[in-house]
Design a protein around this ligand. Structure first.
Ligand code: SF4
Length: 466
């Protein structure tokens, strides 16, 4: 057998990119590639890029400068190194990447990674290959299944992409241009993957998609199934104890999905539901397709269905023409909902999106000042949520050893990291933990005598928000 070739994949951005990177490694494994943790000794270097934040492309070009030097040094030693750029920057910039970074051998977009072996062969034959097409439906049918050893090495919590792309066209967002139209994987393909993960020891699965609750994959009956129906199908899978999904759009939170939060005990009481702004004027300019009242109504219905539900969100401050009054509406919404956490960013114009062309771009200093105020409000809300956990007993799924001997780290139902003294045999198990201390980024607790299972329900946090 030929000597294994080393693969180094660097992921930028979101969990979907991390998932894609793993599937690239899975696809290349049968072709003799093994993953390495450093680019220094790699034969193939893949930068799996993200275009969502400002200067993302510039970061990639600077990273490519480093890779060029590594490639040159390897070639001086008589070793061939292939440098590839994948993901959303590859999709958006295509040939431009090769023009600016001639040491790059291969550029391919998010819909092409299953074709990686063929693209590598093409790059070897022709000196270079670029593939940034949107071959609808092709990718999910050709995903290589991960080896059991790879699944085990990745831990007891897994992400599974069930949906990609977006048809919403929010005016600040590049996703519809870089990931294309919404595509959903067929139900059976998702079930097969999750059963395989469960057999290899995975206990928690997060279904991911750019707009995951717009899921409409073909069911075994040949009809499109909703995300609620998919979750219902997955709940009985043996070995899977917890289900989550992200990222959702408020407009697609239908009655069935809301009811799933009431009816499926394995669906964790935590939801990331981006709102972006609390102002109707800004939401309309963002083309969000929902108002502030729509969002608050969805939150109310979710909490009626699942009183323990913890909500997190995304916010953009300083969208073009945002006034101080608009921003005050955002702060009011944060106070009204009582988020357990949220991501917040200054608006940055993304080339090619309508927002970038809008008049009345907000001054950077104003954006910074508003962001600071918003982050304070979010931090206060998250701290209040965490304080409310003190003394309560939650089910914790232990994932890995902690920083100190004898300590394990796991997650509460609300996705908070929890550290506790516990035997290593509990990795992959759910145990009841009483929270004894709150730190800024995690909770500390002690194993409780209570049997796991009912702890989360018994000690459920009842939201005081909307
Ligand atoms: S719904 Fe999400 S992914 Fe789609 S355009 Fe809006 S922000 Fe982007």
């Amino acid at each position: 057998m030929s000597q294994a070739r080393k693969l180094y994949v660097k992921s930028f951005g979101c969990q979907m990119n991390v998932y894609d990177s793993r599937r690239m490694a899975d696809t290349l494994a049968p072709h003799g590639y093994v993953e390495t943790a450093t680019p220094d000794d790699a034969d193939l270097i893949i930068l799996n890029t993200c275009h969502i934040r400002e200067k993302a492309a510039e970061k990639v070009y600077s990273e490519l400068g480093r890779m060029r030097r590594l490639k040159q040094a390897a070639e001086d030693d008589g070793r061939r190194v292939v440098v590839a750029v994948a993901g959303c920057v590859a999709q958006a910039e295509g040939e431009e990447i090769i023009r600016r970074a001639p040491s790059v051998d291969l550029v391919f977009g998010p819909q092409s990674y299953h074709r990686l072996p063929a693209l590598l062969a093409r790059a070897a034959r022709d000196g270079r290959a670029v593939d940034t097409e949107f071959p609808a439906g092709d990718k999910f049918e050709h995903l290589a299944a991960p080896a059991v050893s790879a699944i085990r090495a990745r831990g007891v919590c897994a992400f599974v992409t069930v949906q990609e792309g977006c048809d919403k066209f929010c005016t600040f967002c590049v996703v519809p241009y870089t990931r294309g139209a919404e595509i959903s994987r067929p139900v059976q393909s998702v079930v097969n993957e999750i059963e395989r993960l469960a057999d290899a020891g995975v206990r928690e699965v997060t279904l991911i998609g750019q707009n995951v609750n717009a899921y409409h994959g073909a069911g075994p009956d040949g009809r499109p199934w909703s995300l609620a129906r998919l979750l219902e199908r997955l709940a009985p899978v043996k070995g899977i104890e917890r289900l989550r999904y992200t990222t959702s759009h408020p407009h697609d939170m239908d009655d069935d999905l809301i009811a799933a939060h009431r009816d499926l005990p394995k669906l964790m009481p935590q939801l990331h539901l981006p709102v972006q702004s609390g102002s109707d004027r800004v939401l309309a300019a963002m083309n969000r397709r929902h108002t502030r009242a729509d969002y608050l109504d969805v939150v109310r219905r979710l909490r009626e269905a699942c009183p323990a539900l913890a909500l997190t969100s995304d916010f953009i401050v300083g969208f073009p023409a945002e006034t101080e009054n608009d921003f005050a509406d955002t702060l009011e919404l944060v106070a009204a909902v009582g988020f357990s956490g949220a991501f917040s960013f200054k608006y940055s114009p993304r080339p090619g999106t309508p927002g970038a062309e809008m008049a009345n771009q907000v001054d950077e200093a104003v954006k910074s000042e508003r962001l600071e105020r918003l982050q304070r409000a979010i931090d206060d809300s998250a701290a209040a949520f965490n304080r409310n956990c003190l003394g309560r007993t939650f089910d914790v799924l232990f994932e890995r050893p902690g920083r100190y001997d004898g300590q394990l780290v796991g997650r509460s139902p609300y996705l908070q990291p929890v550290q506790a003294t516990a035997p290593a045999s509990l990795i992959g198990e759910i145990a009841a933990v009483t929270i004894t201390q709150i730190a800024s980024n995690s909770l500390f607790g002690a194993l409780a005598q209570a049997p796991p299972g009912a702890a989360a329900q018994r000690s459920a946090l009842v939201s005081t928000g909307v």
